[in-house]
Design a protein around this ligand. Structure first.
Ligand code: C2E
Ligand code: MG
Ligand code: MG
Ligand code: MG
Length: 290
């Protein structure tokens, strides 16, 4: 379990005095304490349903438009906010924004699911995550929301995490394991946590056509996931040949630059609910209903 210091939001990492702190890190932490999520915004990366060829889902990806430092990527500031226990404030804001976006897509006539990345730290906040989502006064409620939990994130108290994930599941909030295959406990995650989806990490996908081992791992993960009743998403698909191979392997959805980079909300509204490729990818017609 997290120590009480970590729960109280104090740094959980022991700083190595020989490492100079990055001055930008100090600026970011100072300004997060002052302004919270004020200068943050979301981009959305569409997910392509490989069976139908339609875009019905997207992943929310946070950016920080810092007045001094320019647009800062989450790879930089998320770990800082995780270390200092500040991350949950961002998580709640992203969830709120995503739920509003789900409603906006629905008023545009598109059925839509949006996934939000959460940190293992958020699961440790106990049931407040579930309560928070249910306490939203927005119409539509949580169906349509999916939470992505990064597999590499260390979950110290697995029993507790399991309870929170089960509560989310019971509340109709879907959960996905993000970056699947890169952590130390992929299979034990699937056996312990009642998740609904696995997202195969880009490091397997990017060279799957040349790397036989990666190809075999992807094929058997798809089979295993389907046997467990889970959906599979491929992350980081950058070329049509890989997309086509994934569709033929029965992968459910795909994300990546070949479909779209992360885009703004108005751009998402133009894509959401639409078929993405005209005569898609030369796939057999049987793969493309509708
Ligand atoms: P992730 O959840 O695995 O998101 C996928 C990352 O891969 C995104 O980077 C996305 O822009 C990038 N990507 C997507 N398709 C491709 C592709 O075809 N090729 C390549 N090379 N990259 C691709 P991004 O937006 O920089 O996010 C990085 C990570 O930061 C995310 O990884 C996620 O773990 C974390 N993150 C982003 N937003 C949030 C958030 O709101 N909360 C938390 N806790 N973490 C977040
Ligand atoms: Mg993700
Ligand atoms: Mg991730
Ligand atoms: Mg990922």
């Amino acid at each position: 379990a997290f120590s009480s210091a970590a729960r109280a939001g104090k740094p959980s990492r022991i700083y190595n005095p020989e490492l100079e702190p990055d001055p930008n890190d100090l600026i970011l932490l100072r300004d997060f304490r002052r302004h919270g999520t004020r200068d943050m915004f979301l981009l959305y990366q569409p997910k392509l349903d490989l069976a139908s060829g339609y875009i019905q889902e997207a992943e929310a990806l946070v950016r920080w438009s810092h007045p001094q430092l320019g647009v800062v990527s989450p790879g930089h500031f998320i770990p800082l906010l995780e270390e200092t226990g500040l991350i949950t404030q961002v998580t709640y804001w992203v969830i709120e924004e995503a739920m509003r976006e789900i409603e906006r897509c629905r008023t545009h006539g598109a059925a839509c699911c949006i996934s939000v990345n959460i940190s293992p730290r958020d699961l440790m906040e106990g049931y407040t995550l579930v309560d928070f989502i249910h306490g939203q006064t927005l119409p539509g409620r949580p169906n349509g929301l999916c939470l992505e939990i990064t597999e590499t994130g260390v979950i110290n108290d697995q029993d507790h995490a399991q309870e929170v994930i089960a509560a989310l599941h019971a509340a109709n909030i879907r959960c996905a394991v993000d970056d699947f295959g890169t952590g130390y406990a992929s299979l034990s995650y699937l056996s312990k946590f009642s998740v609904d989806e696995v997202k195969l990490d880009r490091s397997f996908i990017s060279n799957m056509l040349e790397n036989e081992r990666h190809h075999a791992i992807i094929a058997s993960t798809i089979t295993l996931a389907h046997k467990l009743g889970l959906k599979v998403t491929a992350e980081g698909v950058e070329d049509v040949a890989t997309l086509q191979a994934l569709a033929e392997m029965g992968c459910d959805t795909a994300q990546g630059y070949v479909i779209s980079r992360p885009i703004t909300e108005p751009e998402l509204h133009r894509l959401m609910g639409r078929r993405h490729f005209d005569k898609p990818l030369g796939l057999p017609d049987s793969q493309w209903s509708g």
